[in-house]
Design a protein around this ligand. Structure first.
Ligand SMILES: Nc1ncnc2c1ncn2[C@@H]1O[C@H](COP(=O)(O)OP(=O)(O)OP(=O)(O)O)[C@@H](O)[C@H]1O
Length: 274
């Protein structure tokens, strides 16, 4: 909560229906600024839909989202653009421009701050300022990517590409990072590097992070709090240590090993698709 008692995010009865499917069902919770919140669940639980509702990529069927007391679900026009700039997204498949160099990909994060003629100029002529370039280079250096700054994104490993995507997110100067299965396409070593980078950003900049994860172990290791979803509903919301093997079985009706095996199979499918 901030000094006025407001949460960074407050969800009130947030619901999204797709036809007969309740993808997100009456979700109510508050997220304090600076928290690293892991969201877990089996396939189809509603994790992606929840993140997409938060940055208004999709609209709720009912319910509200507030940020520091302001109703996000009511924002329009310039205020909505500003909110989207506050929420940087990180995706499973990195979403880099493969033929563009790494530096160019990171600078794309600055476009969220350009409007009108200036944005057109930047888009057409790549007319970023020296300050913006310095910012991008500093972000790349921070995550060990300076030496690949001028390489095309397509020449990088998955783990490097996801760190580039994180640098791009940082150039947006967000207050919130919404990461949708950011490590699902990575091998365990790269997954670790990316999770460390996310946590570093969370701890050092105080950026609130909401991260969808398949692996319980990862959520336990890196997150301050875990939300478990099942059929659109939040079925557990608490400290990582409280989500023990018995609780997992109670929630999902499968053992923690079966949950991990399912997660591993999805990770394998994610890598094959990458
Ligand atoms: N655009 C859409 N149109 C129709 N149904 C959708 C749409 N997006 C999501 N759904 C449905 O909503 C439910 C929740 O999907 P969502 O992608 O949010 O789950 P998830 O927990 O992120 O799953 P996964 O881990 O497999 O990505 C699923 O039943 C899905 O089929």
């Amino acid at each position: 909560m901030d000094a006025a008692g407001y949460a960074m995010l407050e969800l009130q009865g947030l619901t999204r229906r797709f036809g007969a499917t309740l993808a997100v069902d009456q979700v109510s919770l508050a997220v304090p600024a600076g928290q690293m919140l892991g969201i877990i669940g089996r396939s189809g639980a509603g994790k992606s839909t929840l993140l997409r509702l938060l940055n208004r990529l999709i609209e709720p069927t009912s319910g509200r989202i507030l940020s520091e007391g302001r109703e996000v679900t009511a924002l329009r026009g310039r205020a909505l653009r500003a909110w989207r700039r506050d929420c940087a997204m990180v995706f499973q498949q990195f979403n880099l421009v493969q033929r563009l160099d790494v530096l160019g990909n990171v600078l794309i994060g600055r476009l969220a701050h350009q409007h009108g003629l200036r944005r057109a100029l930047v888009l057409l002529a790549g007319a970023f300022t020296a300050g913006e370039r310095a910012m991008a280079l500093a972000a790349l250096e921070r995550f060990g990517l300076l030496e690949v700054a001028l390489q095309r994104a397509e020449t990088l490993s998955g783990g490097q590409q996801q760190r580039v995507a994180l640098c791009r997110a940082l150039l947006q100067q967000p207050r919130l990072i919404l990461a949708d299965e950011p490590i699902a396409s990575l091998d365990p070593a790269n997954a670790r590097v990316v999770m460390e980078a996310l946590r570093q950003v969370n701890r050092e900049e105080g950026i609130t992070v909401l991260v969808n994860l398949h692996h319980l172990d990862t959520a336990r290791e890196y997150c301050d709090r875990i939300l478990a979803m099942q059929a659109g509903r939040v079925v557990f919301d608490g400290a990582p240590a409280a989500l023990d093997a018995a609780r997992v079985r109670e929630i999902y009706g499968i053992s923690e090993e079966e949950f991990a095996a399912e997660a591993a199979a999805r990770a394998e499918a994610g890598r094959a698709a990458a």
